[in-house]
Design a binder for this molecule. Structure first.
Ligand code: GAP
Length: 514
């Protein structure tokens, strides 16, 4: 299957096997852009969180964790700039009454032009006999009509966004004849700014109620706790505070599954440093973070850095780590050099000092901050897309069949081992259960006795279980089992007493973290 057409398959695979369900689906198709993680989804999500926490906190003596509350004093969001400037440009289609982000509509149009450009290039390459990646191939890929148009629209979009030019955004939509994906109509409203924060209220009576916001990022919980953590942990600069938690944004979305959600999770780390050292630390974290994605098995050629065209007013550098999703190359993580903006803002709005006393220089100053901010759900989606493959393999009947396989890194797989008795009798289930009892102390494992062994393999390939262990009649005599590896489908016979060590070695965090 062509990777660029994989998206609908990923969405249905995630539902069919219990990774992700649309939220409250029983009520009129549920709630748009909100999702529930099913029995396999929670495991994969938990394993990604563990991988991040180990790499960020466990591997750095100078990084500690935090779990700040979702509800915060409303002035936090005034100080951070979110009340005044956390907006998206939105546009309504007059016929379908659907609302879209104007910049997303244009980005989707650019993605379509680029997809056409790739298709045209493949066609031409076939006709001319060009090798993929050759000079002729790349020349045509970048200079054909659709590629040039995509580049032009990209530049217009960047200019309109950096000038906050709402009319300019609308003009691009009109000029490019972009239609509403639901009604197919070109009847568009003006473009307006729309604040993304969800409001709620604290307090029981209308008189005493206080307007609050659901946090749109976890970072501010770290900034307001900067001195609490620094003093109680007795950390010296440079040091970091890491946090994993929910964030909420009233996103205007169009069929993007868990890529853009209204309730999602972030894994953020703020690294507090001496002013003047920000370039060095920005480069350190850029390299460290891309290596983390690679170490977990994301293909190198699907990851790229992207420098922000327009820097936020508080940043002196910002780059995204982008992932090539089937629906386009998109942001996975942001690395931001945020200067001393946030701490200074909180100092000003709270009237409390947020300075650090440097024992070496005997001076006090407000630290600068490098932030690494990655979406947990987006990382989850990247792994599903990266790992999903359909392969033609011989079936038990001797014909060919398609095996769907999730080639997830073993440390991320929801189940590490599935143990099968060949048949449901003659003492084989009891032996399988004993192996399970031993393995489950260390790993998430599954006992599976339903259907023929071949079908059980397919089921576990589809959910990414890296090892399947089969107990057969010979096991009773030789105390050995067959262990089958998911990606190569190779089978090996090993003593039951070695199963635990075999699996432990393959699941070691050492390779990833070293
Ligand atoms: N504290 C900085 C910050 O929040 P951001 O670029 O707005 O920066 C960081 O968000 C990351 O959070 C993104 O790179 C993305 O992975 C994830 N993210 C942001 N909005 C999201 C949404 N609506 N749904 C899922 N993930 C989202």
């Amino acid at each position: 299957m062509n990777y660029d057409e994989l998206f609908p398959t990923i969405v249905s695979h995630a539902k069919e096997y219990g990774f992700i369900f649309p939220s409250s689906e029983v009520y009129e198709n549920g709630l748009q852009a909100v999702y529930d993680y099913g029995q396999l989804g929670v495991e994969l999500k938990r394993n990604i969180k563990t991988a991040w926490w180990k790499a960020m906190v466990q591997m750095h003596e100078n990084i500690v964790g935090l779990d700040a509350a979702i509800l915060m004093h409303p002035t936090v969001w005034k100080a951070s700039g979110h009340v005044d400037a956390f907006n998206d440009p939105m546009i309504d289609n007059k016929d379908s009454k659907k609302r879209y982000r104007a910049d997303n509509l244009i980005e989707e149009h650019i993605d379509k032009l680029l997809a056409k450009s790739r298709k045209d290039t493949a066609k031409r390459a076939k006709k001319e006999g060009w090798e993929e990646g050759s000079e002729e191939y790349n020349g045509f890929l970048h200079k054909n009509r659709n590629a040039v148009k995509a580049q032009e629209v990209q530049e217009q979009l960047a200019t309109a966004l950096s000038n906050d030019d709402l009319e300019g955004l609308r003009n691009i939509i009109i000029e490019q004849k972009i239609v509403c994906p639901v009604s197919g109509s070109k009847e568009w409203s003006e473009v307006r700014q729309f604040n993304l924060m969800f409001k709620t209220q604290l307090g029981a009576t209308a008189d005493s109620a206080m307007d609050l916001y659901l946090r749109p990022e976890t970072a501010q919980g770290i900034f307001v706790n900067f001195l609490n953590v620094q003093k109680t942990s007795r950390m010296k600069l440079p040091f970091g505070i890491a946090q994993i938690g929910k964030a909420f944004r009233n996103e205007i979305v169009a069929r993007q599954f868990i890529f853009r959600m209204r309730e999602f999770e972030q894994m953020e780390m703020q690294f507090f440093i001496k002013p003047g050292t920000q370039e060095e630390w920005f480069n350190y974290w850029k390299e460290y973070r891309i290596k983390w994605h690679q170490a977990l098995g994301i293909q190198d050629d699907r990851l790229t850095f992207h420098e922000h065209e327009k820097l936020a007013h508080y940043a002196d550098a910002a780059e995204d780590i982008q992932f090539h999703f089937p629906m386009g190359i998109k942001e996975l993580e942001g690395i931001h050099s945020r200067t001393d903006f946030d701490l200074k803002q909180h100092m000003e709005f709270s009237g409390k000092k947020m300075q650090y006393f440097d024992p070496e220089d005997q001076t006090s100053y407000v630290p600068y901050v490098i932030e690494t901010s990655v979406g947990l759900d987006r990382t989850f989606l990247a792994h599903l897309c990266n790992a999903y493959e359909e392969e033609e393999v011989p079936s038990a009947k001797g014909t060919m069949e398609v095996r769907k396989v999730l080639k997830l890194h073993p440390v991320l797989a929801p189940y590490k081992v599935a143990v099968f008795p060949l048949v449901r009798k003659d003492g084989l289930p009891e032996i399988a259960r004993e192996i399970i009892s031993d393995l489950k102390i260390e790993h998430n494992v599954m006992y599976d006795e339903k259907d023929a062994v071949g079908r059980r393999y397919r089921r576990h390939d589809a959910i990414g279980t890296p090892f399947c262990v089969t107990v057969d009649y010979e096991t009773k005599d030789d105390q050995c089992v067959t262990i089958r590896e998911r990606d190569t489908m190779k089978q090996e016979r090993i003593p039951i007493s070695e199963v635990s060590n075999y699996v432990r070695e393959k699941l070691s965090w050492k390779n990833i973290l070293a």
